[in-house]
Design a protein around this ligand. Structure first.
Ligand code: ADP
Length: 670
């Protein structure tokens, strides 16, 4: 076994690999860029080597610097994580030349599977079902039109070198083909320096289901069941689960057998993933093979009880697989939510900055229930513009799908993040969504169910009652604390029993405190026939940012922030601004002056810190709503900023190349 390994990655995956290595008694070496000098993975590793500037191309993607770091620290092997150099043939080769083991497959398997056209050819030979289409490079539009006509629309245009959803275009009719080919080619050239395209059938209402495979250097390959990754936004995974609610034993076994056959065809000797697209009739078709550890591997670990990183390290060291196919048993259900630094209310624009608060739910494993949080950040740390915007991967495991979803809902409610925007309310909205709960998934789920974007989950009457009564509970705790302050002029009068509660300013509710104990308060919400008694039990104290306890006999948690006398609560993805006032105060509140927010409608503001790539508007230009005005790059993504309404440009305040902070003015309208 290796004595020391180097992890050629950063963030959560570097931390995750270090944890397993430590369990195995292996010393670890981290590498870091200038932007990551204070990162968690650097702190966790036994040693750390600086490898250059923040830009990945000059640090995490530099084969030379990483090989040097291995030599300097005498690391015997390298785990590449995912992304960066994990699927670069040249990296595996450079390591092999330097006599350093690569904790991953052989270079041949990486290169064979790295190209979509080549891998489809190989898959076909190994008798794996491929998506109907033409397996080869398309030369010109005429040929493309002929092929697409033969396959039958809709078709998908894909980049052979593609990855990360780049270069993919769906084409519904011939008239759209030329445009799709042009933009796909452009994107492929810019992202991969390789603009070869191919065409395949677009599978309608598809599900993305992938098989985890594991091989060793002795010719053994097994599969560890599937993961369903159909919840995607723009072809990028957001929520994954294992097993899939769609597969039956027969399909699972057939997919597993094909995945193993393909892995064997390239002498696969590590952990890898064979991705399939599955149609409504459970026909499955090979998409591509990822020759690395996947982001979503924890759900497989939770249902199989195996540590995939440990398996990868063992097979890289030459050990035989200690498990056989018949030993693999899938137990319970696991779900993963990817927590991203992005603003779901502003079309998922990336968000960067300081993590003023970062309090994940406690990782725990009690009988039948596990919460696991893989992360590379800490409170006070920073989410920078240079890398992936993922903050954490929150996973839950329970006996059934429903229980795993409920546990995820609970865990998300306990997750406090402040300082940057995050997608937790959106993830919560998916967890409570009827269609998701029913397992009726497709890769179009988000596009179909959140057609006009995300505006917060519905504040149902049940949620509203829960949040209102929790707010009354918290108000009482604050009143109680206020009474204890000594030396007050007239003392503070008794805490009243009657309250006027407003929810989101318009909803007014009379509330009466009925009984009050140390940690328990019973309140009556509303009056007359519809009034209801609710008991709240909690140990919440003023100032705490997360409320947890029991409301009407149900264990609940919610996020709390206080502005003036307003409680802002987030629970199950729904927001509520709640005030709890004495009736007299509430009656007079309408006479209070409210400071109007500044009018920013005349400006195009930079929605996140980023680099201006281009500006498409000029002074005096008449623009229409929806027209692109500027492109800003942040976190490796180009974001097109569009006009929200019709108008005339009065001033252009930024130029390409400018590095702007959030809310900086880019354009002003007349
Ligand atoms: P990438 O390597 O860029 O991630 P993939 O080939 O893995 O590209 O496809 C990404 C996603 O695009 C899939 O998960 C699926 O949602 C969708 N997709 C790809 N090919 C097809 C197809 N033929 N029909 C329908 N959807 C597809």
């Amino acid at each position: 076994m290796f004595k020391k390994i180097l992890i050629a990655n950063r963030g959560e995956i570097a931390c995750r690999v270090i944890k397993t290595a430590r369990h195995m008694g292996i010393k670890t070496v981290a590498v870091y860029s200038e932007a990551d000098a204070a990162a968690l993975h650097v702190d966790m590793a036994d040693e750390a080597v600086a490898i250059g500037p923040a830009a990945s191309a000059e640090s995490y993607l530099s084969i030379e610097k990483i090989v040097d770091a291995c030599k300097k620290t005498k690391a015997e092997a390298v785990h590449p994580g995912y992304g960066f150099l994990s699927e670069r043939t040249a990296f595996a080769e450079a390591l092999s030349k330097a006599k350093i083991a690569f904790i991953g497959p052989n270079a041949h398997a990486i290169s064979a599977m790295g190209d979509k056209i080549e891998s489809k050819k190989l898959a076909q030979k190994a008798k794996v079902n491929c998506v109907p289409g033409y397996i080869g490079e398309i030369k010109d539009l005429k040929e493309a039109a002929r092929i697409a006509g033969e396959i039958g629309y809709p078709v998908m245009v894909k980049a052979s070198a593609g990855g990360g959803g780049k270069g993919l275009r769906i084409v519904f009719k011939e008239a759209e083909l030329a445009q799709a080919i042009q933009s796909s080619q452009h994107e492929a050239k810019a992202s991969f320096g390789d603009d070869r395209l191919f065409i395949e059938k677009y599978i309608t209402e598809p599900r993305h289901i992938e098989i985890q495979v594991l091989g060793d250097k002795h010719g053994n390959v097994i599969h560890l069941g599937e993961r369903e990754c159909s919840i995607q936004r723009r072809h990028q995974k957001v929520i994954e689960e294992a097993p899939s609610p769609f597969l039956d034993e027969k399909t699972r076994a057939a997919m597993g057998a094909q995945a193993v056959a393909l892995a064997k065809a390239v002498q696969y000797e590590s952990a890898g993933t064979v991705e399939f697209i599955v149609d409504k009739e459970r026909n499955f078709y090979f998409l591509e093979m990822n020759t690395r550890l996947q982001v979503e591997h924890p759900v497989t670990e939770l249902v199989t009880g195996l540590d995939l990183v440990e398996q990868m390290i063992r097979v890289a060291a030459g050990e035989k697989l200690s498990i056989k196919q018949e030993d693999v048993k899938l137990k319970g259900w696991a779900i993963e939510s990817r927590i991203y630094a992005e603003d779901p209310y502003r079309n998922f624009l990336p968000s960067t900055g300081r993590l003023v608060r970062y309090r994940p739910p406690a990782e725990a494993s009690v009988v039948g229930k596990t919460i696991r949080n893989d992360t590379g950040v800490f409170e006070g740390g920073e989410i920078s513009i240079f890398y992936d915007p993922m903050i954490a991967k929150l996973c839950t495991h329970a006996n059934s799908r429903e229980a795993a979803i409920d546990l995820m809902g609970d865990a998300l409610d306990h997750f406090s993040i402040e300082g940057i925007a995050h997608n937790i309310p959106f993830l919560q909205a998916v967890m409570t969504h009827e269609r998701f709960r029913a397992g009726k998934l497709s890769t179009n789920f988000i596009a179909e169910e959140f057609k006009d974007g995300f505006h917060g989950a519905d504040l149902t009457p049940e949620l509203k009652d829960r949040m209102a009564s929790a707010a009354v509970f918290m108000q009482l705790r604050e009143e109680e604390r206020r009474r204890k302050i000594s030396g007050q002029v007239n003392g503070v009068s008794q805490v009243p029993r009657d309250w006027t509660v407003t929810v989101n300013t318009t909803d007014i509710l009379a509330v009466k405190t009925m009984t009050e104990g140390r940690d328990v308060v019973a309140v009556r919400l509303g009056d007359g026939k519809t009034s209801r008694m609710i008991e709240v039990e909690s140990s919440w104290k003023p100032g705490e940012c997360s409320f947890s306890g029991e409301v009407a006999g149900q264990a609940v948690a919610m996020q709390v922030s206080r502005r003036g006398d307003v409680f802002r609560l987030v629970h199950r993805g729904a927001h509520a601004s709640i005030t709890v006032r004495r009736p007299r105060v509430a009656a007079l509140a309408q006479y209070m002056l409210v400071k109007p927010p500044p009018d920013t409608s005349k400006f195009l503001l930079c929605p996140m810190p980023g680099l201006v790539v281009s500006i498409a508007a000029q002074v005096g230009q008449d623009v229409k709503a929806g027209e692109p005005l500027a492109v800003v790059e942040a976190m490796k993504m180009e974001n097109v900023l569009r006009a929200e309404r019709d108008g005339v440009i009065k001033r252009v305040a930024a130029k390409p190349g400018d590095s702007l902070p959030v809310d900086a003015v880019i354009l002003e309208f007349a």
